[in-house]
Design a protein around this ligand. Structure first.
Ligand SMILES: Nc1ncnc2c1ncn2[C@@H]1O[C@H](COP(=O)(O)OP(=O)(O)OP(=O)(O)O)[C@@H](O)[C@H]1O
Ligand SMILES: [Mg+2]
Length: 364
């Protein structure tokens, strides 16, 4: 099936299961995150930590537009949840001194919804379209014309008597954000003048995020304490901010309020986030793979039964990070643990690692 036929299939949404599970290391925003994130968002490009390349390129795009007195080109931001797409879109508006209108793909199901928003934009306004890959097809087609020609055709009436009334739009900057750039139809992707791909953050960058947020939240964290939190944050600022808040609670109740390495490590051990950012579920999957199945290969269903979870939970919630960390590989014959997985759990791989388990290993 062509993925573009269906603008949104929940099965593609890698975050839905994660949100439901409400994990401390989940990358989607929960209610508490949303409440504090506004306060923690950097307001200007210079304050935005990391993403050097995207930042430098975007800086040029915005400066050049400002010098020409023109509206900036349309910008597409892609990357995993919690890496700063929404933050960057607000920075774009702030840097351009322009107002920002915020909406999202799922909120625009009819072309008419989009026409209403577009026709009410002011000149130079930034339109932030979050989860742009989840927009309906007719709205997407209307957007093509709006992006390219700053014009939309509003259809009045129905059937053979329907007429298209062209409507001029003021120049605006569309900032689209997506966690799944691969699902965007090429004609849409091509209409963006600049595409910024956000990468996961290096530990040193996350350390800076932790220090910055600690300052704003008035939390006392030392260098090693910040490093400990950063190392467990899965390359994601949102997770770093969330872990910082949990560690702050612990420091306040169990220590003197100061976050040192020991305090951070003890706190995150209590919350079952290990030194690599794996949580209870991730570890259960690895543990079963290593101890019960000798490191694999083992089928997904078997692995899921062994940890008492749904197939989908193992596949969509636990595995992506394990694969990214190089702890688990998905092969045609099943899931296989890497040497790093054995080392991480402090286990010694059997002699025949890499080969299928011997016949009789699990037999009588
Ligand atoms: N580069 C950064 N520097 C400092 N803080 C950051 C940075 N990137 C993200 N953050 C923080 O992480 C939180 C999440 O960022 P944001 O909401 O922009 O992510 P997102 O990419 O839009 O996620 P989603 O895909 O879930 O919408 C924000 O509160 C912000 O403070
Ligand atoms: Mg966002």
């Amino acid at each position: 099936m062509n993925p573009y036929d269906s603008p949104y299939d929940p099965a593609y949404d890698d975050e839905s299961a994660e949100t439901a599970a409400d994990r401390l290391v989940g990358s989607a925003a929960d209610g508490e995150d949303q409440a504090v994130e506004a306060a923690l968002r950097p307001k200007e490009l210079a304050e935005f930590v990391g993403q050097e390349r995207v930042r430098e390129q975007l800086d040029l795009v915005l400066k050049a537009a400002r010098q020409r007195g023109a509206t900036a080109d349309h910008v597409l931001l892609s990357g995993a949840p919690g890496l700063g797409k929404t933050t960057l879109s607000m920075i774009i508006a702030a840097e351009m001194g322009a107002p920002i209108r915020i909406t999202s793909g799922p909120a625009i199901q009819h072309a008419g919804d989009l026409a209403a928003i577009l026709s009410s934009l002011q000149e130079g306004e930034v339109l932030f379209l979050d989860e742009i890959h989840r927009m309906s097809r007719p709205a997407e087609e209307m957007l093509y014309m709006a992006m390219e020609d700053f014009r939309v055709d509003v259809i009045v009436g129905k059937g053979p008597g329907a007429t298209a009334i062209p409507l001029e739009l003021p120049p605006f900057t569309l900032v689209g954000a997506t966690t799944r750039a691969g699902l965007l139809p090429p004609p849409l992707r091509d209409r963006f003048g600049f595409t910024g791909h956000m990468e996961f953050y290096a530990p040193a960058e996350l350390e800076r995020v932790v220090h910055r947020s600690a300052g704003l939240l008035d939390v006392d964290v030392d260098t090693d304490g910040a490093a400990e939190i950063a190392g467990r944050s899965r390359g994601t600022p949102r997770i770093a901010n969330r872990l910082l808040r949990r560690v702050r609670d612990y420091a306040q109740v169990k220590a003197d309020g100061v976050i040192t390495r020991e305090v951070a490590a003890s706190a995150l051990d209590v919350y079952e986030v290990d030194r690599r950012g794996l949580d209870r579920l991730d570890r259960a999957v690895l543990d079963a793979l290593l101890r019960l199945f000798g490191g694999g290969p083992v089928g997904l269903s078997t692995l899921a039964v062994a940890v008492g979870e749904e197939r989908e939970t193992v596949e969509e919630v636990a595995e992506p990070f394990l694969v990214r960390e190089g702890l688990l590989a998905r092969t045609p014959r099943g899931r296989v643990a890497t040497p790093a997985a054995w080392a991480h759990l402090g286990l010694v791989p059997p002699q025949n690692v890499g080969n299928p388990p011997q016949q009789g290993l699990f037999g009588p």
